[in-house]
Design a protein around this ligand. Sequence first.
Ligand SMILES: CC(C)(COP(=O)(O)OP(=O)(O)OC[C@H]1O[C@@H](n2cnc3c(N)ncnc32)[C@H](O)[C@@H]1OP(=O)(O)O)[C@@H](O)C(=O)NCCC(=O)NCCS
Length: 259
Amino acid sequence: MIEIRPCQGFDELEACVQLQIETWGYDETDVIPRKTFLVAQSIGGQVIGAFDSENAGGAKSLVGFVFSLPGIKVGLGLPQAYLHSHMLAVKEAFRNRGLGRELKLEQRREALSRGIRHIEWTFDPLEIKNAFLNIRRLGAVVRRYRPDFYGVSSSRLQGGLPTDRLLAEWWLDSRRVRSIVNGHPADVHEVKERIKVPASIYEWKSSDKGRERALAIQSENRTKFEGAFSQGMAVLGFTRDSEGNGVFELGPLAQLELN
Ligand SMILES: CC(C)(COP(=O)(O)OP(=O)(O)OC[C@H]1O[C@@H](n2cnc3c(N)ncnc32)[C@H](O)[C@@H]1OP(=O)(O)O)[C@@H](O)C(=O)NCCC(=O)NCCS
């Protein structure tokens, strides 16, 4: 039995810090400390945990968490509150059984309960699994690319590559998102461009020998994403084939994807 609920008290927040280190292998310059989680919770952010209640309960049973900070959008009209989701992690032994999605769905539910209708987060365009989860299983859309967003990172998942990121936009009560999170397919959309990520990217990123190839894919895809986004296209779909290769599907963004 897995319980999904806000983390409470110092020990549970410290367990998130430890899971963060276990997941990304961050050194002390990158790791987000307990204090920041605490501040985030007290100013309208979220630290939501997944707890394996078969286990001891409380901090020792934390097997996943999602962390967000409150943000403000300024532009047309009044400033709008939204959440920036900065981390999602599930312990390796608990992955691929829906927990990552459950944590995001709780994040959405809690945000909507406060009248917040939008959550954003960045993700690495070379991470096929994350793209699948974000686009296909949660219904996020993407229309912005941030080259080397964080600068140098000690994350072992980054493989020493520039920290390029796509910005996922999750329009929480849009027709698209409501339909996808309720298990229905997204509306059919016109695909004008496809951007591929080979399954071997994981292997290339993690070896000195393959890094040049990973870098070449990253920079080729960066050019394609930036070109498509500058023409008003957005990522609306994502598919993976039987060999694990991923394909971003881009097309014109309709207003109904956002409302
Ligand atoms: C990203 C992460 C949180 C996902 O957690 P999870 O509990 O495994 O996610 P879920 O089981 O809810 O969903 C994963 C989906 O991806 C699919 N998937 C698994 N491996 C995949 C792959 N190589 N390519 C494409 N999709 C894949 C799963 O089948 C599942 O889809 P399904 O529900 O249709 O079967 C977890 O893998 C993790 O902690 N990764 C390291 C940290 C990270 O990258 N965090 C995100 C950025 S902050």
